[in-house]
Structure formats: structure tokens, C-alpha cells
Design a protein around this ligand. Sequence first.
Ligand SMILES: Nc1ncnc2c1ncn2[C@@H]1O[C@H](COP(=O)(O)O)[C@@H](OP(=O)(O)O)[C@H]1O
Ligand SMILES: [Mg+2]
Ligand SMILES: [Mg+2]
Ligand SMILES: [Mg+2]
Length: 360
Amino acid sequence: MSSAPPYAKELRIAQLAVQRAAILTKSVFNTTSKGTLSKSDHSPVTVGDFGAQALIISALKYNFAQDEIVAEEEAEELRTNTDLRGKIWGYVKDTKLDGEGEKELGGAIESAESMLDIIDLGASQGGSKGRIWAIDPIDGTKGFLRGGQYAVCLALIVDGKVKVGVLGCPNLPVDDSARIENSMGKDQQDSEGKGVLISAVEGQGATGRALSASTGGKDDGRSISMKPLEDITKASFCESVEAAHSNQSLQAEIAKKLGIVAESVRMDSQAKYASIARGAGDIYLRLQVKRGYEEKIWDHAAGVVIVREAGGLVTDSEGKELDFGRGRTLRGNSGIVAAPKGVHGRILDVVKEVSAGVKL
Ligand SMILES: Nc1ncnc2c1ncn2[C@@H]1O[C@H](COP(=O)(O)O)[C@@H](OP(=O)(O)O)[C@H]1O
Ligand SMILES: [Mg+2]
Ligand SMILES: [Mg+2]
Ligand SMILES: [Mg+2]
């Protein structure tokens, strides 16, 4: 009898949890009021972010009660803002997977109050030992709000290394080879059956399938890989829409030095990692704008294992491996360079050369 490959259950539960959370975010998107709050760093959070986080954590606690969880959002404000709490609960209590999947995730959350406690189970400080799940319930909240790209992100980190990664991208085409375009909004898919679920387990490759695939059967999806890049001048860069999140002028200078003529493709969220992993783009650069900004582990964990398993290499802008064992942030790193293995070194050389003269 053959036994299941390592992390088979973790992968299955992570995929189901992301699928379920994406049902919630899609229905929140289709309502007029998304209950947007501004956080202390002035970034937005919505009913969709809180609701998706509650659903994912509830599924993880049911299946892996001992594991630690590092998640982006916290419930503090919802303990006094009963209006918003009620709105979130309205979505959370009604969001279910069809068929067997819902049972595997442990079913519904009991009450609005327990939902708040569940959201706050994501407050772990992370670290280099043990099993830690990293959750970004909506990555690219700004993209979500403008109808552009966003991703529901979940990864399992074991002793500081990312082992499993799942990205649900509701507004990316199911077709891997569909050309990616600048995403300035209006990418939302208005019918069911759109969106893609990209996954990877360390050492087992990366796969993609429709986000709306049935949860009953054993759909392993199709294998995905990065596009072989023979001529770097034909590459396309993928970068943030938000100019405050990565240094677009420096990135343009790097592209020019590499002889790349195509305009960078701008999209929000880890949809960038998903896109390069399936060959719909080539290189993802995220060079610091603000000195001292520490990238959050939930913004990168899933994408990094997916790109690696699809044939890529991901380092920081000095060529160091990303260290997911330092806490809630990648405090040992600065910037991100993700590219096919064969050209990563060449890109890194130019990144270093161009960055050397820059004072942030
Ligand atoms: N100054 C900054 N530099 C880099 N990333 C930042 C940043 N301020 C916020 N971010 C992060 O950028 C993420 C979005 O990335 P992108 O620009 O690739 O879409 C945000 O995730 P959330 O949308 O989950 O809050 C947030 O964590
Ligand atoms: Mg946020
Ligand atoms: Mg994020
Ligand atoms: Mg987020």
C-alpha cells in the first residue's frame, strides 16, 4: 500500500480553507458597502479581510489544534464596533463549501463572539521552531477594493521553512497562458467558475486548478512551471500597483540595464507570484521604498514556495534567502527578487549595482 506524500492533509485542508474564504471575499466584493476601516498604519481592512481570516483559522484549529497561527488582522476594533461585527458575522455564518469539503473544515463557527476570539488566534509571534501557519486573508486589500487583483494566502512554515503554500486568486483567469495585464481595477469576475487556486508543497512541485473546482473529489490540478527565459530582453517584470510598496523608478532602471523593453505589468497582491509561477510573467521585483520597512511573512510565504517549486529562485535584494523564522516579519531581509533559476543571478547583479548608488 502506498502512503500519502508528506503534508498531504495540510495541503488538502489549506486548499479547502482558501476556497471557502474566497467564496466569502467574492460575495463581499459584490456588495456596495465593504465596511472599510483604516488601520493604524493607514492601510485599509474590510469585512472581507476579517471574515476570511475567521473562516481560515476556524478550519485550521479544527484540523491542527496544536499549530501556531500568524495572521494579519486582529479583532480589537470589532469588540466595540458592533455594527461592523454584525456585518462580518452575516457573511461568516452563511459561507459554506458544497459537499464533503465543509465537513472536513469542521463546519460553521458558533457565534459572533466566538468569531472574534477565533480571529485573535492569529496573534502568534512566529519564530524558528515548530509548525506555524501564516495567513493573509486578503492580500492586496487595495486591489480588492478597486476590483483589481487580490489573493487569499495561506502557508505552513515548519522550523522556519515554508513547506506548503496556497494562493486563491479570484480575479486571475483560470487559463495559465492568458496574458497578464496591468491591473488598475475592473478585473473582477462576475460569474462563478472564474479564479485560480495555485498550490505547492516543498519537493512536490506546484499545481493550479480552478478556484471553483468541486471539493468532493480528488482534483490534484495540473502541474505548473515558470516560463523558460532564454532571452532576458524579452522578459516582463511584475510589480506592485502601489508606488509606496516598491521602488518603481529603481525597478525601471534595472529593467533598462537588462535590456528589457516591455513595460512592467502592475498588479496587486501575491497574484504576482502566482502569475510568474505559471509562466504568465517572468520576474517579480519588490525593492524597498522606505528604509527599515519589514516585509510581513504572510505577504510572501505562500508565493515563495510556489515559485520555488515552479522552477524559480526567490531571495532578498542582497541575494540572501528569505528567513521566515524571525517572527511576524522578514526582519533579516530587505526587498524581494523572484525569477527563474537560470537568470536570477544575472538580475541580482544588476539589482545590486543599481541599488548601490541609492540612499533611501
Ligand atoms: N511600505 C510598504 N512597503 C512594502 N509593502 C508594504 C508597505 N506597506 C504595506 N505593504 C504591504 O503590501 C501588501 C500589498 O502588496 P502589493 O503592493 O504587492 O499588492 C499589503 O498587504 P495587504 O493588502 O494584505 O495589507 C501590505 O502588507
Ligand atoms: Mg493589510
Ligand atoms: Mg498582504
Ligand atoms: Mg491582507
